[in-house]
Design a binder for this molecule. Structure first.
Ligand code: ZN
Ligand code: ZN
Length: 374
């Protein structure tokens, strides 16, 4: 069921407010009702009211309702005054209704479109140049930072005229021997001989024992009834229509359910634990050779009957330089480069700030050999 509600309008000419929807001329200035937008008192535009919130709604009596037509009012094209639907002539200037083509809603739509276009135009012309300039500054600072870091970490330091005082080399070969060991475990590996065995706890299995009933609390939503709410429609004739709607209301219902749940028990599992003896090759010693000249050789491993060579072989080649300013330092390098270095040589060594490996440079600054501090 719908009910009618009184609408109001404000005079666009003199600013007089709250003139009832069925009053056709402004009581203050006498002008005919023109470009207006109807509103209600006590109900906001687009309001959705609950059944208990309609206390301020100003309903029309049956007698009052007769004063409003079902259709929207029409605008006179000559004097722009808003006339009742039933009026065949403009109450203001007397022009006929046939000569006019827009009604209240057409005019309202036109006005709203115009306002939206004006708002859009205002937004588009808002200043945006400031943000752009800030971004350019940010880029400049970033580029300066990157260039700075790059220059700093690339910085090289060359120390020249370092006197080579010593060269040295060393080579190593690991040696294994074959011996009998005592070990234990869940199984004897191939080649092992059992010494003793015992039974020990290996792990627990979870075994289904029985099921038990458990009470479980559950809830569900059930329909509790319907409630009424209202919306309001502008009829375009100085009144509004209250439209009744209905929506379902739910409540939470609690209930218990019996559920069957499995109950497990832990069952110990046992297994045989072995103590056994086994012959194995294992690391025993390292054979080393070294010297302070270029006469390199691999060490004599002097293998016993139960020994063999292992891996990996290692080798190291180094030289020591000295200067009054920096003292002594020892460096390692590849064998081929090391063979070109002799005691009494003078070297230049270049180091990088990043901590990357330094290198030997010739008199023209060219990289000759990569080296590493020992
Ligand atoms: Zn007025
Ligand atoms: Zn007129």
């Amino acid at each position: 069921m719908s009910r009618m509600v009184m609408g109001y309008w404000d005079c666009p000419v003199c600013g007089n407010k709250g003139i009832a929807g069925n009053v056709m001329n402004c009581p203050a200035c006498g002008r005919a009702r023109g470009d207006v937008k109807f509103y209600m008192k006590g109900v906001a535009e687009n309001a959705v009211l609950e059944a208990d919130q309609t206390g301020n709604v100003e309903y029309l009596s049956e007698e009052q309702a007769k004063d409003f037509d079902a259709e929207a009012d029409w605008y006179c094209s000559f004097c722009n005054s808003l006339n009742k639907n039933r009026a065949a002539f403009c109450s203001n200037c007397g022009a006929t209704r046939e000569q006019s083509e827009s009604n209240y809603f057409d005019q309202l739509k036109k006005r709203q479109e115009q306002e939206a276009a004006e708002a859009a135009a205002q937004n588009a012309s808002a200043p945006r140049a400031k943000a752009g300039r800030n971004r350019i500054w940010l880029w400049l600072v970033l580029i300066a930072l990157v260039v700075g870091v790059f220059t700093y970490t690339n910085g090289n330091t060359t120390k020249g005229d370092l006197l080579v005082t010593d060269i040295s080399w060393s080579r190593e070969i690991p040696v294994e021997d074959y011996r009998e060991y005592q070990e234990e475990g869940w199984a004897i590996p191939q080649g092992g001989a059992q010494i003793s065995k015992s039974t020990k706890l290996h792990h627990y299995d979870q075994v289904l024992d029985h099921y038990e009933d458990v009470e479980v609390q559950r809830s569900r939503q059930v329909l509790d009834g319907y409630e009424t709410y209202y919306t309001y429609t502008d009829r375009g004739n100085g009144s509004f229509e209250q439209v009744e709607h209905s929506r379902p209301v739910y409540k939470t219902e609690y209930y218990t359910e019996t559920e069957s749940r499995p109950v497990y028990r832990s069952v110990p599992r046992y297994a045989t634990w072995y103590v056994y003896s086994i012959w194995r090759w294992k690391y025993a010693r390292t054979a080393t050779a070294s010297g302070t000249d270029h006469e390199t050789a691999w060490p004599d491993t002097a293998l016993q009957e139960n020994e063999r060579e292992s891996t990996p072989r290692t080798e190291e080649y180094s030289f020591t330089v000295e200067s009054e300013k920096d003292g002594r330092s020892t460096w390692t390098l590849a064998e081929a480069d090391w063979r070109n270095i002799n005691p009494g040589d003078k070297l230049n060594i270049t180091t990088k700030r990043t901590g990357a490996d330094p290198w030997i440079t010739d008199s023209d600054g060219n990289q000759v050999a990569q080296i590493r501090r020992k």
